[in-house]
Unconditional design. Structure first.
Length: 296
């Protein structure tokens, strides 16, 4: 083989690879445009919260269509779902210059910034997203959460109303609006939202937990606890106790926290801390009552 290569060099003045007789490496195939079917498969798996499946389909698509901004977008969405907020932000910022992806990128960027605690930047990105596309319900939903953090209840209510309208009443939005109303101490308005969310998505555990909390906020402690599976019993009792504490129903709160610790079957630090706090609040109330009686 060496003799043959030397012979070619002497005759042609070039080495074999230069002569085009041999390829030193195969040519890299040109990127293939990702199919709509593949994108639909990714979205379907993502919507069903089958993130592992969505990731496998995405990885395969990236091998042949790596430069497609739609794949970069889904990489960002999966990073959000997996709690990799810095990676998500990088992906969304990468596709902001693409006119077709700009609104989606802004919405994703805003959500990632919010998760990273960069609230002011998040608000600006989300507001820009809904100005570009009033039907961007995920951006409206995230805006509602940002307004909740500021206790800007009117704007939160308006944002959730937009999100519910354009999403067709997505369960996650109904749950978030319910929690917003619960944070405003309006359990009577929150409960219908949680019920509607569970009708849409019966396995939405956050909505079920929030519904039980809202019932407790109305003083319906036993109703809130009833039907809880054994594994969730301690948490449900603790949450009901916390609601009772907020209502100033200290005796009931202490009873519920004590039951929560028993249901845990071991040390339950959260319930123990709540019990201590309730005892302190109860003692303070007794002292104030005694002071008022003594001053008459």
């Amino acid at each position: 083989m060496r003799f043959f290569a030397l012979f070619l060099y002497m005759v042609l003045g070039v080495l074999p690879a230069q002569a085009g007789l041999f390829d030193s490496a195969p040519e890299k195939p040109a990127p293939v445009e990702v199919s709509e079917s593949t994108l639909q498969q990714i979205q379907s798996a993502f919507d069903d919260q089958r993130y592992l499946d969505a990731g496998k389909i995405l990885d395969q698509a990236l091998l042949v269509s790596g430069s497609d901004p739609r794949l970069t977008y889904w990489a960002g969405e999966l990073s959000l779902a997996r709690g990799r907020y810095d990676d998500a932000l990088t992906n969304f910022m990468r596709i902001k210059t693409d006119p077709k992806m700009h609104t989606l990128a802004l919405a994703g960027e805003g959500i990632a910034l919010a998760k990273l605690g960069r609230s002011q930047e998040a608000l600006a990105s989300l507001q820009a997203a809904v100005m570009e596309d009033p039907k961007a319900w995920r951006a409206w939903n995230a805006l509602g959460t940002e307004y909740d953090r500021r206790h800007d209840w009117p704007n939160a209510e308006a944002a959730y109303a937009h999100a519910i309208s354009v999403s067709g009443g997505a369960a996650i939005v109904l749950n978030n609006r319910g929690f917003s109303r619960l944070s405003q101490k309006k359990p009577e308005l929150a409960i219908p939202d949680f019920v509607a969310a569970l009708q849409k998505k019966p396995d939405l555990t956050s909505a079920r937990a929030n519904l039980r909390l809202a019932m407790s906020m109305q003083g319906e402690y036993e109703r809130a606890i009833n039907g809880t599976v054994a594994a969730d019993q301690a948490a449900a009792l603790n949450n009901a106790g916390y609601a009772a504490m907020l209502r100033g129903d200290y005796d009931k709160a202490k009873d519920l926290f004590t039951r929560a610790m028993k249901a845990k079957g071991g040390y339950y630090s959260r319930a123990a801390a709540n019990l201590d706090k309730t005892q302190s609040l109860s003692t303070e109330r007794l002292a104030k009552d005694a002071e008022r009686v003594g001053s008459r």
